[in-house]
Ligand binder design. Structure first.
Ligand code: CTP
Ligand code: MG
Length: 498
């Protein structure tokens, strides 16, 4: 509370016994309410003359104080505390510079509404082909196309859902053996799935409009048909008999929408990993985006207080309508966001980014398994370098492909990134145009890239250039703003506002 006392002194000296507008800076998470208020005001202002706008801004500034809200202090309590000294009519919490970078990156790279619609349209086109054999089937997108973590350019994962066909055609309830009723007798469901995908793959290759480069990858753990859909530019993976993955997508979607910090953190870390060659589109011993997302979620469950609940907690609040078992696996969890007690954690994104790197830079990967169901490290049941338990098929390790050297690259990069974020010079915009700062420094640093192979780095240059441009434009915006409005202390936390 010592810091707040200082703050109150500031407000009283500004305006003898009350203040009308309090713009509270930094160390409180930007509330949605505040985020919408300001653009609305700006729109109204566009109608004003230059002179009246300047006057209004000056008057507003004279009624405004800037208050530093210490890290970890609850926003509502903070405002309540300030209200003891006068009526607070208006306030907002604004983000640190690095927080803005994370949010900007997410806004620029997330799937647009049009792109999502196009993904559903391609599924519908594929369904037109598959329904020649299975009239009642459906083709559904899953994975990052729908789980709220999709980045422009991500692949389109599709699931050919044959469930219920048998029920409709025969009048029997659907069962795990439903597909076999559509087939001549085959020894296993896996073979049935392979046969179906083989035929469908053939049809897509021969008749699929705009579908090229069809590959049947039927011996994979999860058999699939891969092809490019030229008109949309999507790389498509069609699977069948994969209903658990739809449930996983729903779970990630819920996590992505539970707290406004989840998506920017996942996006930025995925971006960081991609640029430094930790993840790759090419299958191999790399960490995948899916694994990385699980690592971020686990980290958020481990914060004190936690930012998101564990899967077991979500199961405990589930109602009868949420009950779900797929192929013997319990996939029950509550999908009702309102039942979830939202976290009281008020950490800022810049701190979470730093803590993520510190957490995994020191994680006991040799002994511990990452488990979002429990939200706690478990003993590793097998010797893979990285063990991340599949949330529903609990016997599976989703990162079984990752080898020791890829894990070490991730750990080293995480440590270097944590170190870099702790340097004062990196945390705020520098006056020099040529020096990237914050997230841009992490994404562009050649020191961090020393772990990557030169050839791979070269291939990634265009992406990093685009990100550099994006973040630099933000930097310019911020620098201008600081020239006009900010009384710059540590680059993060003091401002006057209009
Ligand atoms: N999946 C899984 N177990 C794995 C790999 C994938 O359950 N070992 C499921 C997840 O639901 C995942 C989906 O399959 O979201 C699609 O996998 P993938 O395309 O690899 O991941 P995405 O989440 O779609 O991420 P990206 O943007 O890289 O495509
Ligand atoms: Mg995908």
């Amino acid at each position: 509370m010592a810091a707040s006392m200082r703050v109150v002194g500031l407000s009283l000296s500004r305006s003898s016994n009350s203040f009308k507008t309090v713009y509270v800076s930094q160390r409180c998470y930007l509330s949605a309410e505040a985020a919408t208020k300001v653009p609305h005001e700006n729109t109204a202002r566009q109608m004003q003359t230059f002179a009246s706008l300047q006057t209004e801004r000056q008057e507003e500034a004279s009624r405004t104080v800037l208050i530093n809200c210490p890290k970890g202090v609850n926003e509502k309590k903070f405002i309540k505390y300030l209200s003891r000294y006068g009526t607070v009519k208006k306030y907002f919490f604004y983000e640190t510079y690095i927080d803005q970078q994370l949010n900007t990156l997410t806004e620029e790279y997330q799937l647009t509404e049009e792109n999502i619609r196009l993904r559903f349209l391609v599924c519908s086109l594929v369904k037109d082909i598959t329904s020649a054999y299975f009239p009642e089937c459906s083709v559904k997108p899953f994975g990052s196309s729908v789980n709220s973590f999709g980045k422009l350019g991500c692949d389109l994962d599709m699931f050919l859902d044959l469930d219920g066909i048998s029920g409709k055609n025969t009048g029997k309830a659907s069962s795990p053996f439903a597909i076999e009723f559509q087939m001549k007798r085959v020894p296993s469901q896996r073979i049935a799935t392979q046969n179906i995908l083989s035929v469908i793959g053939e049809c897509i290759e021969q008749f699929g409009p705009g579908c090229v480069g069809v590959q049947k990858i039927l011996n994979a753990r999860c058999p699939l048909v891969r092809f490019s859909h030229q008109p949309s530019g999507f790389q498509c993976d069609l699977t069948a008999n994969n209903r658990i993955a739809i449930k996983t997508s729903e779970l990630l979607y819920i996590y992505g929408n539970l707290d406004p910090r989840v998506r920017p953190l996942v996006f930025s870390i995925r971006c960081w990993a991609h640029i430094h060659g930790i993840t790759s589109r090419i299958p191999g011993a790399w960490i995948t985006n899916f694994s990385l997302t699980m690592m971020v979620l686990f980290f958020l469950q481990k914060r004190n207080p936690p930012i998101i609940p564990t899967l077991d907690q979500m199961k405990n609040i589930a109602g009868a309508e949420d009950k779900c078992t797929i192929e013997g696996h319990d996939c029950t969890f509550s999908s009702d966001l309102s039942k979830m007690k939202l976290a009281q954690n008020t950490e800022m994104l810049d701190n979470l980014l730093l803590e993520f790197f510190t957490f995994y830079g020191n994680f006991a990967f040799s002994k511990a398994s990452i488990n979002i169901r429990k939200g706690k490290e478990q003993n590793k049941p097998e010797s893979s370098p990285l063990h991340i338990q599949n949330p529903f098929e609990q016997e599976l390790n989703i990162s079984k492909n990752v080898n020791q050297s890829q894990l070490e690259r991730f750990v080293n990069l995480a440590r270097d990134s944590a170190w870099m974020l702790q340097q004062d010079t990196v945390c705020s915009p520098s006056r020099s145009e040529s020096h990237p700062w914050g997230l841009a420094a992490l994404l562009l640093s050649s020191a961090l890239q020393s772990g990557s192979k030169g050839k791979r780095r070269k291939q990634r240059e265009p992406a990093s250039e685009r990100i550099k441009f994006l973040l630099e434009s933000l930097k310019t915006k911020q620098t201008n703003k600081s020239d006009l409005n900010l009384s710059h202390s540590n680059g993060k936390n003091s401002a006057t506002e209009s």
